[in-house]
Design a protein around this ligand. Structure first.
Ligand SMILES: [Zn+2]
Length: 446
């Protein structure tokens, strides 16, 4: 039986990413956008119930809704997360605040986390992200095969089970960080191939941390090509300007025709390089068609730890990359774990940090930041039919703000989230969701 809210009409929706950014009348049919029409001005209608006045029992069955000028955005795409590690901070700390201590400390306790623990962390974090308006997540996964097959596989199994549990609310892509070291190629290839056959989406890794970064990148491409999957590598998460695995990464993207299917996260050292070298690499990324993801929250926390005085921000050259034609998304990365003690999976928070860290706060920059949370990561994630346009699946968040700037001025807590042909969450309803399955999953994950 179709959901009652699979068919709906909304007036006075503010679409900051549409031409003109004014008010729109929207219709949804069978869970898809049927029409998106600009209004000449505010519509006064007795028929349409104001969204702020619709209680939990009526939200799911209301067919005509007045958004009262509130901002409506397509569901956020958080394209770089670590769902399996999220909320582990009470078990794993990080005294120095460095990336290396985070890796070491996490590795030392990883064997003690059960599959159930990892699964419930993923479920909790995914639902939390959905409650803030995210519709699609891409998560890297910690799979230290050198510590044992059972440890690596328990994370893969937990991740696949969690994805199934939350599938009525949000979509997840997985890119395990295959830990490459010379000498373990065969074991690693067997493991990685098996995970891709099990339903893992793409190939991840962190070649700058390998003893042989070039061999690591070659290995990742061989695997990706064999399975025809996208690649998403942690790239140069370092303050050291001589760290530039992105150079070799781009070579392979060019050689293998991987434009649009290769993503580089972090790119911190790019900020530390001299201008000529940075210009060369940025131009090469644009030519190769590599997408970039900046993780401002985590890199502001982890990078620059050796600096005094003018501490480097660790955030990549967002504006320069964008101006050169490289698609740049912003994402959460770690949430409340040794890599980052804060965060909550709220893309508005990440947008605000991006605006600060990348100096993207002029009035005209706000739309750019919003695209870094929506359309750009959607393209990086390979999503077809994304956005508020006739024919696309209706997946959106209504936020209690009357302009794009107000989103970052107020970080409004109040949101209404629609996905999968129905309202899946309304924060007005005191964190209960509006679906018994949501409450059961969220309750069981704490
Ligand atoms: Zn990461």
């Amino acid at each position: 039986m179709p959901e009652p809210s699979a068919n709906m009409e909304a007036v006075n929706a503010r679409l900051p990413l549409a031409d003109g950014g004014g008010l729109y009348k929207l219709t949804i049919k069978d869970g898809k956008w049927a029409s998106v029409e600009p209004q000449a001005g505010p519509v006064v209608s007795e028929r349409h119930a104001p969204i702020s006045a619709i209680g939990p029992e009526r939200l799911g069955v209301s067919r005509e809704i007045d958004l009262q000028g509130r901002v409506l955005l397509p569901g956020f795409v958080d394209v770089h997360m670590h769902l399996d590690k999220a909320y582990s901070i009470s078990h794993v700390r990080n005294r120095s605040g460095t990336l290396l201590e985070a890796i070491e400390n996490y590795r030392s306790v990883a064997p003690s986390f059960s599959k159930e623990t990892i699964r419930s962390r993923i479920v909790k974090t995914a639902l939390q992200a959905a409650s803030f308006g995210s519709a699609t997540l891409r998560s890297h996964l910690d799979v230290p095969i050198h510590l044992g097959r059972d440890i690596a596989f328990r994370t893969i199994e937990a991740a696949l089970e969690a994805r199934e549990l939350v599938s009525g609310f949000i979509d997840i892509q997985y890119f395990p960080m295959y830990f490459y070291e010379p000498g373990i190629e065969r074991e690693l290839s067997e493991f990685a191939s098996e995970t891709l056959r099990m339903g893992i989406d793409g190939v991840g890794g962190a070649p700058h941390l390998s003893a042989d970064p070039i061999a690591n990148i070659e290995w990742a491409f061989q695997l990706a090509l064999a399975f025809d999957r996208p690649i998403d590598l942690h790239s140069d998460e370092s303050d050291d300007p001589s760290v530039k695995t992105i150079d070799t990464y781009c070579d392979h993207v060019l050689q293998n025709g991987y434009a649009g299917k290769a993503t580089a996260g972090h790119l911190c050292s790019l900020s530390a390089m001299d201008q000529n070298e940075a210009d060369r690499l940025i131009a090469k990324m644009a030519e190769a068609g590599v997408g970039a993801v900046t993780l401002p929250a985590v890199n502001l926390y982890l990078q620059g730890r050796g600096d005094k005085g003018n501490v480097r921000r660790g955030v990549t050259r967002v504006r320069e990359l964008s101006e050169a034609g490289v698609p740049v998304a912003a994402a959460s990365d770690n949430i409340q774990d040794p890599f980052h003690p804060f965060g909550r999976g709220d893309m508005l928070q990440i947008g605000l940090m991006t605006a600060y860290a990348a100096h993207l706060a002029r009035e005209e920059d706000i739309g750019h930041v919003l695209r870094m949370l929506t359309h750009v990561p959607a393209a990086i994630a390979g999503l077809q039919s994304y956005g508020v346009a006739a024919g696309n699946p209706a997946s959106f968040v209504v936020i209690d703000a009357l302009s794009a700037e107000e989103l970052f001025q107020e970080l409004p807590a109040t949101r209404w989230v629609y996905n999968k042909s129905r309202w899946i969450y309304a924060s007005e309803l005191k964190k209960q969701g509006i679906d018994p399955q949501w409450s059961a999953l969220a309750g069981g994950s704490r």
